[in-house]
Structure formats: structure tokens, C-alpha cells
Ligand binder design. Structure first.
Ligand SMILES: Cc1cc2nc3c(=O)[nH]c(=O)nc-3n(C[C@H](O)[C@H](O)[C@H](O)COP(=O)(O)OP(=O)(O)OC[C@H]3O[C@@H](n4cnc5c(N)ncnc54)[C@H](O)[C@@H]3O)c2cc1C
Length: 828
């Protein structure tokens, strides 16, 4: 009887916890159970009455906020204030920057799937589509990555002029300033398309539209600054760059030693209040050709010319690069990429305070400005450029795998190659989904700081995996550089994406969960803010509400994770629109979301401030959040595209892979937990019946790989938005044409091979088999021509480039000499 009552109580508490019932209902449930136990004689009347009275007192205490605060919450708040590590202003600004969007739902333990489905599908306007189809196509046709990176180390002057004239540099600038005012999804589509052709063109266009002078001016510039610079930037009359990185401050950018001192000085014949700036920047993209340098430095006012503060803080200014004392123009060579990138420096350069972005009142606000503006750019630039490179890799390599034959078989049909192709297809489906959804968030007015970090890290890592896989499939064809190699330069340059806009290791280990846990959690930021609030009364009220909300939240998620684990999440209720084919994914992510929220809370309690130093645990927690985001993006994409049945293998593979990895990340956190009792408890709560996910099946992988090596609407959707040259002499144009020709010649090829098989052994003929088949009447002339074309195109595709012994240096030298004697300036 007693056991039965305890069991009933546990079930009732689980139901109440699962439903998130208010605290007093727990007290009532416990009281009723105690009363039943007393009535049944399992508890002595006196003990039963005492326990019921105690339960009632605790329930009452916890239900009355004023009492609860005095007796419990204020005491916890005092401990909290004592142990909370100090947070610098720059750290606080980074954490507070940006907005919380779908990441908040993933942190809630119970994502609202109808909200996800209701986010509008990102669409291009007619004008944006036309820009992609015309100007963007034309620019792609004008640039050759091989010429750019091998011969000229820059784009041609014509391509540069086209970029400026057609407004590529002003995509984010409003029309009233002469810009294009494109949506985020259009901006993303442009960068993506250019990246499928030339990283040099893509980066040169991407940077002025990302975090830099235009973005900062738009949000913080004075009217005068906006009216002067924005039209000039939109028309390409100014080439902008932004200098933050110093040799001594890369990842730890807030620690830049570049400094400025407020001082009086002569400016255009008059004495004005200005600043003397000393800086040393490196790695600055577009720096060597820039006319307008956005500069970040720390401003000091030792003579108190501006006010009381001596250390004013990080400040951003716009500096024309022809200002005396600005040293600019030398270049780095980032892995043979030819986009302009280099150092710049200045020593004690005097400039007026008006050059501060937003004017003197924004002095010291630079870090906040940078952090607030980072999310939008980071949501677009690298996700889009990397998806572009991945699309090129998947489309061209898939075609190559069909056309290239070894052992009388297309290499793409071998299981080993299939495995690489499968990863390529599945990963591309996922990262393109993430690109669209994250750009879509920006179009909804969000500045998703955590999601942009997730998109940056996971898209670039998966793009790197796609390109590495593609290189393996291409074999020697990918390795020998030259105009016929469509992937070698992409492979070389991918580490650039890994390093910039938050180097990936740092982003994964420190930012995604570190910022996510504070920003996206429904209560943690409120608790932290209250703990720092000097107004004790206000802090007490806010902290009390947050603390008890937090406790209920953690209990609810723990119970939900446990119940969903026991029931395999089959009972998770979903909106009616969810189709049967994806139903289990929505249920499983709901389960993982509750488990993740619970694990995060337990980790914050067990590890406290130490979690910040336990980067490996923080990285794995971030992986769980990120993988749930990728799965959400893929599910959203599947809905937005009208549940394309033919694309389903890509979706299924991508989700199984992501869920398996998320499960491993859970395991990675739990098995490395410093507190073994907590680890034991967590494993029982999160995986009560063991781990549900296994790797995606080989059968599914086979279906994915097949989609990459044949022409189909699915392949077109997977690589949509790419530049596909029609010139069969172009490396990508040739492989595309070869795949089409191979498809058309397939049946004819089989007929010929069947005939060859019937020929007696040892009776191989030296004659051209197509010609013989034509002569013997096996093939019609039309068939022979189709077969011949397919074979010729395949020959062109498998060829690699070769060069003279000196790689053409002698010829180039002679060209230079000829040009020098004719008084010309030569790019080569
Ligand atoms: C081609 C290129 C273009 C660039 N363009 C610009 C530009 O236009 N403007 C600009 O201002 N800057 C630019 N940068 C600078 C870029 O943002 C920095 O390279 C980046 O911030 C990393 O700094 P770092 O290279 O000095 O690496 P470091 O800071 O030395 O880091 C080295 C490694 O340590 C890791 N690491 C560092 N701290 C931590 C930590 N706490 N936890 C875990 N891992 C950590 C990093 O992830 C990285 O893997 C560019 C860089 C390159 C290479």
C-alpha cells in the first residue's frame, strides 16, 4: 500500500511537472497523498498530521512572494552576489548585443513548431531576382578565378569598375542614399552566386556590405556623415575597409592596444579639438585599395578636455586613407587568395573628433556598436559564401563522379566514393537551410547574435568537410592547379572562412553556449542583472521571480526529458499540420530541447562560473544547441519547399546525422562531468533507456549519393543560385555539359557494351568501337554522334593542366619588358 502510494505520488508529480503546473499544486498533491496514507493506516495519525502541516507550511511559504523573498530568495541573492565573477563592460556589451529568436525556443524545452512554420519563406523581389540574373551573371562571366589568383593577383580593372558602377558595394545602403536596399536574403544570394565563381569577387563585394563603415554609419552615423559617405559608398566612389585586428589582439579584439589621445591641434588652418591616433592593424580586407578606413582604437582623455573620464573606451572613426600619416597599400597573401588584404598603420596621426562615427558623443561606444552590428553581417557573409563554395563543390564534383570511369564504372557508383558524396549532399542540404533561415531572421528585423555564431561556425565547418570530400573524389584532378581545376583554389582558401569573423575554435568553445546560455535562457540573464543591480529592493523582487521561475523551469524540463526518454517521445503532441514522414523528428527535437535545457541548468549549478573555463564542455553544449538549430532549419526548408518527396533522402540523412551528433555531444558532456553523482543522475534522466540514435543507414546514403551524380530537379534545387557557365571550354561548363551528354548517351553506351560482351574472348578490335558499331549498323549516325560527344566531353573533363618548365615565367618577363619599353603599366 505504501509503495503504491509512493508510486502514485511519483506519477502525479511527473504529470504536474510535465505540464508545468504551478508550485502549490505540488503541495496539494503531496498533502493528499499523506492524507491517504494516514487514512489507510500507513502513517500514524500524529505523524501524518505533522507532515501534512509541514507540507502546507512549505507550500504557503513558497506561494507568498513577500515571505519567500525574506526567508529564501534574498539569502540566495546574497550568496549569488558574492560568487558571481565580475563582468567587464565589453563582456556585458557582447552578451547584451543582438536579439533572441528561434534559439530562445530551442532553449525553452518545448519549441513552438507552429511558430517555426509561420516564419515567412524568404523570397526575392522581382528587382533582386533581376539583379541576380543579369548583373550578377555578367560579373561572374567577367571573372576567372585562375586568372585572378595566378596571373594578376587581383580582378581586372573592368570587373572592379563593373562592381562599383552596378551598385554591388551598396546592397545594404538605403535607396535614399543611392544604394540598392536589398533584403538580407538577396544580399545572401548575391554573395552565394559570386562565391560559386570567384572568391575574390565574392569577398570584395561581401566585405563592404558586412560589418564596416556602411553598416556602422547606417546605425550610428551623424546625418552629416551619412549624407556625405553613404551615397559615395553606394556608387563605389569610396572603397571601405574596417580595421579592428592588431598583431597583439586577434580573437581578444577588445584588448586592442591601438590608442588615441584627445588633444588640440591644427586642422585645415584652424585649431580644433581632435585626437592623436597611433595604430597598427593587420589582415584588413580591402585595406590596400581602400579610400575610407574604419578604425577601432581606445580613446584616452588625460587632460579631461571632453569630461571626467580618462579612459573613454573603444571608439570607431572613419579615416580617409589619403590623410597624411596613414600608411596603407602593402598586401598579405592569404593562401593564394587574391582579394585585397593587408596591414595599415599610423603614428600620432591628428584627426578631428568629428571623424568618430556618430560624432564626439559616440566616443567610447565603439565596442557596443561593433557587437550590435556584428550579428547581421555574420548571419550573411560567411554562411552565404561558404554555401556558394559548397554548391560548386557538390554540383561539379557530383557530375565528375558520374563522368569519370575507373574499372569500367563511374567512380560515383563505388560505395567508398558514395560515402563521400553522401556527406556532401546531406551537409549541403543542411547548411543551405541554415543560410536561408538565418538570413530570413535578419529580414524579420532580428539581429540574432547566437544564431549568427552558430551559422558561421557550422556552415563553414560543414563547407570545409564538403570541399575536403570533393577533393578526395576528384583525386589528381583536384590537385593539379590550373584553369581546368574548379576546386583547388576553393580548397586552399577555405581556412580563411574558418579564421575570420570569430575564429571557429573560439566561436564553438566560448561563444555559442557561453552567450547562448545567458541570452537565450528565459531566466539566467534576469538573475545576473538582478545580482548586479545596486537597487536592493528592485533586485530582490526581480531575483525572486527569476529564481523560482528558474527552479520550476529546470524541474519541468528534467521531468519532461525523463518522461519523453521513457516513452521514446512518441507521445509528444504536435500541431495537426506536421506530416507523418517528419513527425518523429519534431518529437525527438522536442525531447532533446527539454534534455538540453535541463543539462544546461544542472551544468550552471554544478560548475557555476567554472563552466566558462571548461571550454570542452561548453563547446559540446553549444553543439547540441547548434545541431537542434540545423535540424529546425532543415525541417523549415522542407516545409517551405512544399515537402519535395524527391529531396527527402537529403533531409532524412541530414537529420539522422545531426541527431546522432547531438546525442554524442550529450554523451560527451555527461561522461566528462566532474561530479560523478550528477553525471549518473543526468544519464538516467536524459537517456533512461539508452541512446536512441544510430548513424544514418548506408541505404539512405546510397539514395543521397545517387542524387548528386544524375541530372534532376533535386540536384538543381540542391545547388540553386549557382553560376553555371554555358561555355564548354570552362572547367565547370565542361563538366556540366559532360554530365548532360553522358545522360543522353547512357542507353547507347549500354547497347555498345552489351555487344562488346557478346564478342568472343580475345577478339578485341583495334578499330574505334563507335565507328565499328556504326559500320555494322549497331548504332545509327545520330546515336554514334551522341556517344562521340559524350566521350569527347568526358576526355575534356578528365584532362588536367600542364605548364612549361618555368611555369611561363620567361614569357611573362618578356611581356613585361615589351610593355616597359612601350611605357605601359602591366598588371602581370
Ligand atoms: C584573410 C583575413 C581577413 C581578415 N579581415 C579582417 C578585416 O577586414 N578587419 C579586421 O579587423 N580583421 C580581419 N581579420 C582578422 C580576423 O578577424 C582574425 O584573424 C581573427 O579574429 C583571429 O585572430 P588571429 O588570427 O590573431 O588568431 P588568434 O587570436 O591568435 O587565435 C588563434 C587560435 O586560438 C583560438 N583561440 C583564441 N582564443 C581562444 C579562446 N579563448 N578559447 C578557444 N580558442 C581560442 C582561435 O580560435 C584560433 O583558433 C582577417 C583575418 C584574415 C586571416
Amino acid at each position: 500500500m505504501a509503495l503504491a502510494l509512493i508510486a502514485v505520488l511519483i506519477v502525479v508529480l511527473c504529470v504536474l511537472g510535465y505540464a508545468g503546473a504551478p508550485g502549490w499544486t505540488w503541495g496539494v498533491a503531496a498533502g493528499v497523498t499523506l492524507a491517504a496514507a494516514t487514512a489507510a493506516g500507513r502513517l500514524a495519525a500524529g505523524s501524518g498530521a505533522a507532515l501534512i502541516a509541514l507540507t502546507a507550511a512549505v507550500t504557503l511559504l513558497l506561494s507568498l512572494p513577500a515571505l519567500r523573498r525574506r526567508l529564501v530568495s534574498d539569502r540566495v541573492l546574497r550568496v549569488f552576489r558574492g560568487i558571481m565573477p565580475p563582468m567587464s563592460e565589453t563582456e556585458a556589451e557582447a552578451i547584451n548585443a543582438g536579439t533572441v529568436w528561434w534559439d530562445g525556443e530551442l532553449f525553452s524545452g518545448s519549441p513552438n513548431w507552429s511558430r517555426l512554420r509561420g516564419f515567412p519563406t524568404p523570397e526575392l523581389s522581382a528587382e533582386e531576382q533581376s539583379f541576380l540574373d543579369r548583373e550578377c551573371e555578367e560579373l561572374c562571366g567577367m571573372v576567372s578565378e585562375w586568372q585572378t589568383t595566378h596571373h594578376h593577383y587581383d580582378m581586372s580593372p573592368e570587373a572592379w569598375q563593373f562592381i562599383k558602377d552596378k551598385g554591388f558595394l551598396g546592397m545594404i545602403i538605403p535607396r535614399r542614399y543611392g544604394g540598392k536596399e536589398f533584403s538580407a536574403i538577396a544580399h545572401s544570394a548575391v554573395v552565394q552566386k559570386l562565391s560559386t565563381r570567384s572568391s575574390t569577387a565574392a569577398v570584395s563585394v561581401m566585405v563592404p556590405n558586412s560589418l564596416g563603415p556602411a553598416e556602422l554609419l547606417l546605425h550610428y552615423g551623424t546625418e552629416e556623415q551619412k549624407n556625405y559617405y553613404l551615397p559615395r559608398l553606394a556608387r563605389g566612389l569610396e572603397i571601405p575597409c574596417f580595421g579592428l585586428t592588431n598583431p597583439h589582439a586577434g580573437s581578444d579584439a577588445a584588448a586592442i592596444p591601438d590608442r588615441a589621445v584627445v588633444a588640440r591641434g591644427m586642422w585645415q588652418g584652424k585649431e580644433v579639438l581632435g585626437m592623436r591616433v597611433t595604430w597598427e592593424k593587420r589582415y584588413i580586407t580591402l585595406g590596400p585599395v581602400s579610400t575610407l578606413l574604419g578604425l577601432a582604437f581606445r580613446l584616452y582623455d588625460p587632460q579631461h578636455l571632453l569630461g571626467d573620464k580618462e579612459d573613454i573606451g573603444i571608439t570607431c572613426a572613419l579615416v580617409p586613407t589619403d590623410t597624411p600619416g596613414v600608411h596603407i597599400g602593402r598586401r598579405h597573401l592569404p593562401l593564394n587568395a587574391a582579394f585585397q588584404n593587408g596591414p595599415n598603420w599610423g603614428n600620432d596621426v591628428f584627426m578631428p573628433l568629428d571623424w568618430i562615427i556618430g560624432g564626439p558623443k559616440m566616443a567610447g561606444q565603439g565596442w557596443r556598436m561593433l557587437m550590435e552590428s556584428l550579428a547581421a553581417g555574420r548571419s550573411i557573409s560567411l554562411p552565404s559564401s561558404n554555401v556558394g563554395m559548397a554548391k560548386l563543390a557538390v554540383r561539379a564534383t557530383g557530375a565528375y563522379a558520374r563522368v569519370r570511369r575507373q574499372f569500367k564504372t563511374s567512380i560515383g557508383r563505388f560505395e567508398g566514393v558514395e560515402e563521400a558524396l553522401t556527406r556532401m549532399g546531406g551537409n549541403l542540404y543542411m547548411i543551405d537551410a541554415a543560410r536561408r533561415m538565418t538570413a530570413g531572421a535578419v529580414d524579420l528585423g532580428e539581429r540574432p547574435s547566437v544564431l549568427s555564431a552558430i551559422a558561421k561556425y557550422h556552415v563553414t565547418e560543414r563547407a570545409r568537410q564538403i570541399v575536403i570530400d570533393a577533393m578526395d573524389v576528384l583525386g589528381g584532378k583536384g590537385i593539379c592547379l590550373g584553369p581546368g581545376n574548379f576546386l583547388g583554389r576553393v580548397y586552399q582558401q577555405l581556412p580563411v572562412s574558418i579564421t575570420v569573423e570569430g575564429a571557429n575554435i573560439l566561436t564553438r568553445s566560448l561563444i555559442i553556449f557561453g552567450q547562448g546560455a545567458i541570452r537565450c535562457h528565459p531566466f539566467v540573464l534576469k538573475e545576473m542583472t538582478a545580482a548586479r543591480d545596486p537597487d536592493l529592493r528592485q533586485a530582490s523582487v526581480v531575483f525572486d521571480a527569476a529564481l523560482w521561475g528558474h527552479i520550476r523551469f529546470a524541474l519541468k524540463n528534467g521531468i519532461r526529458a525523463f518522461v519523453m526518454g521513457l516513452t521514446g517521445s512518441h507521445w509528444v503532441s504536435l500541431p495537426a499540420w506536421v506530416p507523418a514522414e517528419t513527425r518523429r523528428y519534431y518529437q525527438q527535437v522536442t525531447r532533446f530541447s527539454a534534455a538540453f535545457a535541463f543539462l544546461s541548468d544542472v551544468s550552471m549549478i554544478v560548475l557555476g562560473a567554472g563552466l566558462k573555463r571548461r571550454e570542452k564542455l561548453s563547446a559540446r553544449l553549444g553543439d547540441i544547441l547548434s545541431l537542434m538549430y540545423l535540424v529546425s532549419c532543415a525541417l523549415k526548408r522542407y516545409e517551405d519547399e512544399g515537402r519535395q518527396a524527391a529531396d527527402a533522402p537529403l533531409l532524412h540523412w541530414g537529420i539522422w546525422d545531426a541527431m546522432f551528433k547531438a546525442q554524442n555531444a550529450f554523451e560527451g558532456v555527461i561522461s566528462n562531468y566532474p561530479n560523478r553523482l550528477a553525471a549518473w543522475l543526468l544519464r538516467r534522466v536524459i537517456f533512461p533507456l539508452g541512446r536512441p540514435y544510430v548513424v544514418p543507414s548506408d541505404k539512405l546514403g546510397h539514395e543521397v549519393a545517387r542524387l548528386l551524380i544524375e541530372r534532376s530537379p533535386t540536384r538543381d534545387r540542391l545547388t540553386a543560385g549557382m553560376y553555371i557557365p554555358t561555355d564548354e571550354n570552362d572547367a565547370v561548363g565542361a563538366v556540366e555539359a559532360a554530365l548532360a551528354a553522358a545522360g543522353e548517351a547512357d542507353a547507347i553506351e549500354q547497347k555498345l557494351r552489351a555487344a562488346e560482351r557478346t564478342r568472343p574472348a580475345g577478339a578485341r578490335s583495334a578499330a574505334d568501337p563507335i565507328e565499328s558499331a556504326l559500320q555494322s549498323g549497331l548504332l545509327s549516325r545520330g546515336e554514334a554522334e551522341k556517344l562521340d560527344r559524350a566521350r569527347q566531353l568526358a576526355d575534356r573533363v578528365i584532362k588536367v593542366d600542364d605548364f612549361p618548365q618555368d611555369f611561363g615565367l620567361w614569357d611573362a618577363l618578356q611581356d613585361l619588358q615589351r610593355a616597359a619599353s612601350a611605357g605601359e603599366r602591366v598588371a602581370a
